[in-house]
Design a protein. Structure first.
Length: 255
């Protein structure tokens, strides 16, 4: 019996779309993936003049006429902004409880749809990036890239070096390992202190859960930097465009 020979790997077929319709819309920068899925299921999206209701149906914006609410979908200009998020503001396009969101801060700014690059919970403050460049955003948020995020954290006690070392060692909480890459004492009073904590990957409520595991409560949490980009003197609730150099430093070369 002749030994079986492995089949050669299949080559992609030229002209066959690689991505589902919802992803095509989000990659074009006109809406988020979830917004695209919703619009498609509501019958608001057409491909070559026909309504498509399946968000995963393969599509190609280069070869097909795709429209959202009757408007042809074109590659949106890439926009990158930094916002100083105030405490109490929700990072969401809409909130079922009617709370203020970061998009209320961008009203009448003339910006295209922008998605948050990472998250800050309602009680947290500081540097928040928003963009319609999904590739650039993924570079900053995917754990494998280990982009540092720096936080200033006010806590309800005065930590000693033993606690700071323990934050680096980490804990396992609800099946997730939580640890800081760096933890230093910035200043302190008699009853509380400010720490600088650096994460190179972020879990949900990472710092709050890590400190709570050591019976330390967070009083304020402010993100002050992402990678080389510092919040600086940007006023609370205000935003600005990133410079081309800042965009380049934070992620892959923009398209």
């Amino acid at each position: 019996m002749r030994p079986s020979r492995p089949y050669p790997p299949k080559r992609p077929v030229a002209g066959v779309p690689k991505h589902g319709l919802a992803r095509v819309l989000s990659k074009a920068g006109v809406c988020s993936r979830s917004q695209a899925e919703k619009a498609i299921r509501e019958g608001r999206v057409t491909v070559d003049g026909k309504v498509v209701l399946d968000p995963e149906r393969p599509a190609d914006a280069q070869r097909q006429r795709i429209a959202l609410d009757g408007v042809p979908v074109a590659e949106a200009s890439r926009v990158y902004i930094v916002l100083n998020k105030p405490r109490g503001i929700v990072v969401s396009a809409a909130d079922e409880r009617g709370r203020d969101t970061v998009y209320d801060l961008l009203k009448d700014a003339g910006l295209p749809w922008l998605g948050p690059v990472g998250r800050l919970d309602k009680a947290s403050e500081g540097l928040l990036l928003l963009s319609n460049d999904s590739v650039w955003a993924a570079h900053l948020t995917e754990p494998k890239h280990h982009v540092d995020k720096t936080y200033h954290v006010q806590v309800d006690s005065v930590p000693d070096q033993t606690l700071l070392d323990a934050l680096l060692g980490g804990v396992v909480e609800q099946g997730e390992r939580l640890a800081a890459r760096k933890a230093t004492l910035l200043r302190h009073g008699e009853k509380n202190a400010w720490l600088e904590i650096v994460l190179d990957e972020g879990r949900n409520r990472h710092i709050r859960r890590l400190l709570a595991a050591h019976d330390v409560a967070v009083l304020r949490l402010i993100r002050v930097a992402i990678g080389p980009l510092a919040l600086g003197e940007l006023p609370k609730g205000q935003w600005r465009h990133l410079s081309p150099e800042e965009v380049r430093l934070l992620g892959p070369k923009p398209r």
